[in-house]
Design a protein around this ligand. Structure first.
Ligand code: SAM
Length: 285
């Protein structure tokens, strides 16, 4: 592979499993004149693993404009530069966009080298059939702001994809469950590509209890996905499904089991039945 002079390569790096650095990414990192890294020490670890020696410069969120200037100087001199973040795809909840914008504005070529991104990795294994999804990234750290933002997201007709840190995961999922439709599907994907990878799916209403049941469930790095609100809830359930659900609840079955059985009996979406069962339990009409 020929490395182009006067070009900035934007290179995705592994989320945890070093074997996920693509052969093309390896070639680029080996071949460029400079690597601009979010954390040069962190990137040095990745490079050492692949026996790549390179000249590094720092490009993090506090010096991005200045780093862009340095990178443009190198490109002007005919060098090639690769831009990497600590993990995943640069500019996705990571620094990089300002560098790319400045390099492009200066008239240089920008070449993406695709690879891991936590959001897409989680979506690929979430099993949600929603055609549309909205990448939200990190919600605000302050509870009030977080809830306000969730209120604004409530009406979005798409799956919502969030990033979260371990020290906020419990509060964040509690706020999701309190603000959004409780029967929406929830997928909590933690430690993707790493030894303790776990991908848990449940109704949103059950998310807080799942996190509380084992301290390990609260450890690591998280992608949280909330599936789109089930359409059947807004349109009303088929009469047959409603009848089956009421009967099963009257027989004393727990909400989850009643919804599951009614879904199996009538072919109606389980999430919609679960939402209706919660309403019936709460005494709503
Ligand atoms: N640029 C990265 C990408 O392409 O996904 C995201 C960087 S952002 C600073 C870091 C966040 O991504 C973490 O707090 C977590 O929400 C998510 N993340 C990164 N690695 C992950 C992993 N292995 N498993 C789950 N989530 C991860």
């Amino acid at each position: 592979m020929t490395i182009e002079s006067f070009a900035l390569y934007v290179v995705a790096t592994p989320l945890g499993n070093l074997a996920d650095l693509s052969p093309r990414a390896q070639e680029v990192l080996r071949g460029v004149g400079w690597i601009a890294a979010e954390d040069t020490r962190h990137t040095q670890g990745l490079l050492s693993h692949f026996a790549i020696s390179a000249r590094l410069l720092a490009a993090h969120e506090h010096n991005e404009r200045q780093a862009a200037g340095q990178i443009i100087d190198k490109l002007t001199a005919g060098e090639s530069v690769a831009l990497v973040s600590d993990a995943g795809t640069p500019a996705v909840s990571d620094p990089g966009a300002k560098v790319v914008e400045a390099v492009r504005a200066a008239g240089f070529k920008v070449i993406p080298i695709p690879g891991p991104s936590a959001a897409v990795t989680a979506l690929s294994a979430a099993g949600l059939a929603d055609a549309r999804w909205l990448f939200v990234g990190f919600l605000p750290a302050k509870a009030g702001e977080r809830r306000r933002e969730l209120e604004a997201l409530k009406a979005v007709d798409a799956a919502l994809v969030f990033y979260e840190a371990p020290h906020r995961i419990v509060d964040m999922v509690a706020d999701l469950a309190a603000t959004l439709e409780p029967a929406r599907p929830l997928v909590i994907a933690r430690e993707l590509t790493k030894t303790f990878e776990q991908i848990h799916a449940c109704p949103l209403a059950d998310g807080p209890a799942w996190l509380a049941e084992d301290p390990n469930h609260q450890r690591g790095e998280f992608v949280v996905i909330v599936g789109a609100a089930p359409a059947a809830v807004e349109e009303g359930l088929p009469a047959e499904a409603e009848r089956a659900l009421v009967l099963l609840l009257d027989e004393g079955l727990p909400v989850k089991q009643a919804a599951k059985l009614a879904a199996a009996l009538t072919g109606t979406a389980k999430n919609a039945l679960y939402a209706r069962a919660l309403e019936l339990k709460d005494g709503a009409a």
